[in-house]
Design a protein around this ligand. Structure first.
Ligand SMILES: Cc1cc2nc3c(=O)[nH]c(=O)nc-3n(C[C@H](O)[C@H](O)[C@H](O)COP(=O)(O)OP(=O)(O)OC[C@H]3O[C@@H](n4cnc5c(N)ncnc54)[C@H](O)[C@@H]3O)c2cc1C
Length: 447
């Protein structure tokens, strides 16, 4: 039993797994949660680890990115996953749960754990609260809807320019599903023979007008009652641009200037695709953050030349979401560069999703556990799912919360023989999954 005491703020997906991880190793944990005092509008039940939307923790398929993440989380003793198994409902190869039983069981396990003291508190200054409860470390896991006193503290003490309150995500497409005959590489204003990073989808006037008209008429996701969408003019949703007038997008992210076609002519409008990762396995649609419903996005974005058969790794969205620019504020253990007692876990670090958030709770608790024991913190290999998530939030220049997906893992170069084994995308994923398992098997001894 160590004498270390850790305050965990937020008993959501990340906070629950972090508290359990530390308490199971003999650390005294104070778990501070506000929801019994006041719920946010997305919360409906008084229990911990509430799944505020779907009841699915995604795929169990060991060859999927979510399957890999689960394998690693289980090895770390994830409470979230063990309770999810106990409260699972039939959902094919996905892990879906009875959400009430799930949250109730987690609450019971945490509140009855001898090393955990649960307190109903709304945190403001996390360091003051840490001292009040005589702790030496604090993990903030207050999630996408962190309440305003804590948000205010972060703005004032960590830096307003590195804290985000909305998430405007552009869709990401799988590179293997693009029709390259209709696309061309060129960076704005670079000569055609210069090396270019952007892939461009040109549109003629007819295609552009039809595209804009489709967005204007399409179904949009309305803001939730707790969301007051105020968009930055420099980051407007593409469908809102379409509503502002037929020419708006053409003078903004779809402008053709400097993007002449290989024959030297200028298209009417252009959709630019930017590599999501070094390997170029995925591309995001530049400036295409959107309020369109998922169904409409798939229908309308497939109108873009070259994207007719596109498979989307994730779709665009706009929603309330507090998260940090981790690359600038934290070290690789998600500990504040300014306050070494303060770490962050969960969605607030820049990941997205229930499972990813819980995984980041385990990761941060694991790093803190090493620190408490005066051991070197771990460097998770990027080939693993958790290592890939950490690498993503620590390297992405323009923070955009992400789910786990194969685009975050280093790419796999296929040999000639391997290329013949089936569709390229499928074969690459299965090799990346096999490599992740192998690398994790070697690494797990250090946990
Ligand atoms: C409306 C909405 C829908 C979503 N739908 C999905 C989905 O379908 N699938 C999916 O995978 N992900 C979804 N997400 C994302 C998902 O919520 C998060 O990924 C996940 O719950 C985040 O885990 P977390 O532990 O970081 O935060 P949370 O699970 O939100 O936990 C944070 C906890 O901190 C508490 N808290 C906040 N501020 C304070 C404070 N000042 N003091 C003390 N406690 C505090 C909160 O009450 C909460 O219990 C959705 C998010 C939102 C907002």
């Amino acid at each position: 039993m160590t004498t270390a005491r850790v305050l965990v703020i937020g008993a959501g997906l990340a906070g629950s797994d972090a508290a359990w991880f530390l308490a199971s190793r003999g650390v005294s944990v104070v778990l501070a949660e506000v929801k019994t005092l006041k719920k946010n509008p997305a919360q409906k039940i008084p229990h911990f680890a509430e799944l505020v939307c779907t009841n699915s923790l995604k795929s169990l398929d060991p060859d999927s990115a979510h399957g890999l993440l689960k394998t690693e989380m289980r090895a770390m003793g994830s409470l979230i996953l063990s309770v999810a198994n106990e409260t699972a409902v039939p959902a094919g190869d996905a892990l879906a749960v009875d959400r009430e039983l799930f949250s109730l069981a987690i609450t019971e396990k945490l509140t009855t754990h001898p090393n955990i003291r649960v307190v109903a508190v709304e945190a403001g200054d996390p360091l003051a609260l840490m001292r009040e409860f005589e702790c030496q470390h604090v993990i903030v896991a207050s999630g996408p809807l962190t309440t305003s006193p804590l948000e205010q503290w972060m703005v004032e003490n960590l830096g307003a320019e590195d804290i985000y309150f909305y998430d405007a995500i552009a869709p990401v497409v799988d590179a293997d599903t693009l029709d390259y005959d209709k696309l061309y590489y060129k960076d704005r204003h670079k000569k055609p023979d210069e090396r270019a990073d952007y892939l461009n989808a040109p549109m003629n006037k007819e295609q552009y007008d039809a595209f804009i008209a489709a967005m204007v008429a399409a179904e949009k996701v309305p803001p939730k009652d707790f969301e007051d969408w105020k968009f930055f003019e420099s980051c407007l949703p593409i469908d809102l641009m379409a509503e502002r007038g037929p020419e708006t997008a053409r003078f903004s992210c779809m402008k053709p200037i400097g993007l002449e076609l290989p024959d030297g002519t200028e298209p009417w409008a252009v959709v630019q695709l930017r590599k999501e990762n070094l390997a170029g396995a995925a591309f995001n649609l530049v400036g295409f953050q959107t309020r369109l419903t998922y169904k409409e996005q798939v229908r309308i974005f497939r109108m873009i030349p070259g994207l007719e058969e596109a498979s989307f790794i994730h779709l665009g969205s706009c929603h309330r979401n507090s998260f940090l620019n981790s690359r600038r504020l934290l070290n690789a253990s998600m500990t504040s560069l300014k306050y070494p007692e303060l770490s962050f876990a969960g969605q607030i670090t820049g990941v997205e999703g229930y499972t990813e958030s819980a995984a980041m709770g385990l990761y941060v608790a694991g790093q803190l556990w090493k620190r408490i024991n005066n051991q070197a913190e771990l460097v998770w290999p990027k080939e693993t799912a958790i290592g890939a998530l950490v690498n993503y939030v620590m390297t992405i220049e323009k923070p955009t919360p992400s789910n786990i997906n194969f685009g975050l893992l280093p790419s796999v170069e296929l040999t000639k023989e391997q290329r013949k084994m089936g569709p390229r995308k499928k074969v690459r994923k299965s090799f990346a999954a096999a490599r992740a398992r192998e690398v994790f098997e070697v690494f797990r001894d250090q946990l």
